[in-house]
Design a protein around this ligand. Structure first.
Ligand SMILES: [Ca+2]
Length: 244
């Protein structure tokens, strides 16, 4: 929970540093619509949904005003396009290594990147720094990794660990979690990490879990590792029935 709540502030910090503040909702929504238009049909069904956002490599630079691919309205400046590409990419440290996942193309960008910031992100920064008066505006792109690291040191034991699930496991419990790909806060691509974060330190449960991720990500104890698509969701339902 700590990592993804901290990451809610990534877009706020990127737009603050590059632009002085958030990008307008109209431009964010237009860019999302452009990404959906570009990637929708790749899954074989033109339904307004990007079935597996990991396969969508649309860049917001296509929407820069004056570009042949730019939309008729709500085109972007080069810095706005760079900011949105960084939001999709996710936070990175000074070595260029990604330290959490970006928002999926197709996800509504306005909820955590508009005005005001998503309140849980602001609160998480307070927890990360153990300072109720900590002002997120003082955090730059370069300093973001330190706040995330501070959170690991200061608050992870409180926010990232749940009860001992070994007992649940020994009793034959089966666990199914679901992450909607269009959740503005959760990154569906983070679902495979859930056994190591949200499920805490239960080694036997971790060992029992297989990760399945996509737009409709799921983690199923004793399940098989598959990529979830509408077809495989139906197949997975049969797997769940067979093992329950
Ligand atoms: Ca589609």
């Amino acid at each position: 929970m700590r990592r993804f709540q901290t990451a809610m502030m990534w877009g706020q910090i990127v737009t603050k540093d590059l632009l002085g503040g958030p990008i307008s909702a109209a431009k964010l929504n237009q860019t999302t619509a452009s990404a959906v238009t570009a990637c929708d049909a790749a899954d074989g069904v033109t339904d307004g949904i990007i079935d597996d956002p990991r396969t969508c490599h649309f860049s917001a630079t296509a929407n820069i005003c004056g570009a042949p691919t730019a939309p008729a309205t709500n085109c972007l400046t080069p810095l706005e396009a760079r900011a949105i590409d960084m939001i999709w990419d996710g936070p990175r440290n000074q070595d260029g290594q990604r330290i959490w996942f970006g928002l999926d193309p197709g996800t509504n960008l306005t909820a955590v990147n508009g005005t005001p910031p998503f309140f849980l992100g602001v609160t998480q920064f307070h927890w990360d720094e153990h300072d109720l008066n900590f002002d997120w505006h003082t955090v730059s792109i370069d300093k973001y990794p330190q706040v995330a690291q501070d959170g690991s040191r200061n608050i992870a034991d409180v926010t990232d660990t749940f009860g001992d699930l070994d007992v649940f496991r020994r009793h034959g419990g089966k666990l199914l979690t679901f992450v909607g790909g269009n959740d503005q806060a959760r990154r569906s691509s983070s679902a495979p990490l859930m056994p190591r974060t949200d499920l805490g330190r239960c080694s036997t449960v971790q060992a029992a879990l297989n990760a399945m991720s996509s737009r409709s990500s799921a983690v199923l104890a004793r399940g098989r590792s598959v990529v979830m698509t509408p077809k495989s969701m139906r197949a997975s339902s049969r797997t769940i029935s067979a093992t329950s």
